[in-house]
Ligand binder design. Sequence first.
Ligand SMILES: [Zn+2]
Length: 586
Amino acid sequence: MAQSATKPATAADVARFVAAAEKESLDFSVDNARVAWINATYITDDTDALAAQYGAKGTEMAVRFALDAARYQTVAGVSSELQRKLTILRTGITLPAPTTAGAATELNTIATRLQSAYGKGRGTLGGKEINGSDIEDEMGKTHTPAEYQEMWTSWHDRVGKLMKADFVREVEIANAGAKELGFPDVGAMWRSAYDMPPDDFAALTEKIWQEVKPLYDSLHCYTRTKLNEKYGDAVQAKTGPIRADLLGNMWAQEWGNIYPLVAPPGSGDLGYDITELLKAKNYDAVKMVKAGEAFDSSLGFAPLPATFWDRSQIVKPRDREVVCHASAWDVDNKDDLRIKMCTKVNGDDFTTIHHELGHNYYQRAYNGQDALYLNGANDGFHEAIGDFVALSITPQYLVDIGLLDKAKVPSADKDIGLLLRQAMDKVAFLPFGLLIDRWRWNVFDGSIKPADYNTAWTEMRLRYQGIAPPSERGPDAFDPGAKYHVPGNVPYTRYFLARVLQFQFYQAACKLSGWKGPLHRCSFYGNKAVGEKLNAMLTLGASKPWPDALQQFTGSREMSGKALLAYFAPLKGWLDQQNKGKVCGW
Ligand SMILES: [Zn+2]
């Protein structure tokens, strides 16, 4: 509670406030997780209503804590530990409403309307309406350029356009909320959650981007050539930007779906397919999860609790609606770990399992921390742990666990194929991972005005990704709305950070395990020393600034693109050979 003007708050008041906030949020989080779990695994009108009720309760609580924390932040004599907790409370809400009468309701109504508009969004293919997840799938399959263009344009026109007015108003209200919490605007508030001044964080992301940009440029140039060879000059020119709808993904964010089109002759065929290996060895969904667990056990982590196997949703139930999007849970913040998936026996889901279990092992490792520290060192860390483990699914690892025959391990001349397949997803993603929030930061600070929302978006897509829309965008277009995380209000820089961090973790683990070969062939499976050091970082949760956590495992305090560059170094040389004589850039 805020103090009256006559009696200034003391450090002891702050300590009492923080302790009470931690207890209340911890108690709430357990009930909230149970409600959210039953809603996600058994969707009915009743569980929807309960989830909405708990969501509103959680928002109300987070706003109350943030406002009180903002008032307490200036109290003299508060320990750095408590200051850290106040900052976590103050930045604990993504979209803050101001205290003006009616503002919270209006903001909540708009946010719900935007998310529901996205969920119900439809595009068309061959003139027929198709829903969001189907159109996403179809963009990854083989179609004519005209069909790609139809899907891209219909999705952006039908889903994005209608959101513009609501989004403009949402930005106004949330900015007023951020100001009440002591931030210049919402973007600055988001950037304040990284243990450094907001401007320094923006500069750090720019530094990382400049490190990895030459690799992206080489991949862009090579891919553009292949698209030109496939479609001809009229569809994809030899120079300039790539047409956004030809890259196998609605947002051109990951290009792995068009790997067959860019695969190098000879080395492009890797000689094995994980889906086929799993089927040949009679893997089912549970056996796949057991294999994921076995990886972490091999590093010295304790096995998953018995309740994990009783309570997880590993396969899609036959008789009810569920949310299939994969996620990892720690319902009681202690040991009630679960995953929720609709696992299919294929290579993608095998990777996803390793990713989700990474979240679970992180959650369990930090379960001894105070309530406000039950989190990753920053929001990029949590996503990176799972991905870093999944990088270890190398051919040799598949041999170690008995999936691949030793004689079938691809020889070194297949390295380019292995690396290019990875790069089409992980390198292609980098500028996209950066620009979503670059655009939003400028929207929130007012340097992009509502009248310019779409032209600025298209300009940034061109500047960072080197892509252009397949058709002219009208003055009323609102293309950012066609990407879930914009109407869904999910900050996006975390995914950019995760892409970079996972390679830093991977390089550190391989160095620790004494690996001498090319980085992308390293698996640290079975290495207890790696497990011990990894656990030391995970155990910290959010209790220390993220550079401390990073140093604990990698020895460095700096987030950097250098490890990613080391991983892809052979590919970079090869791409530059292929691009010789071509005019790269756009
Ligand atoms: Zn994840």
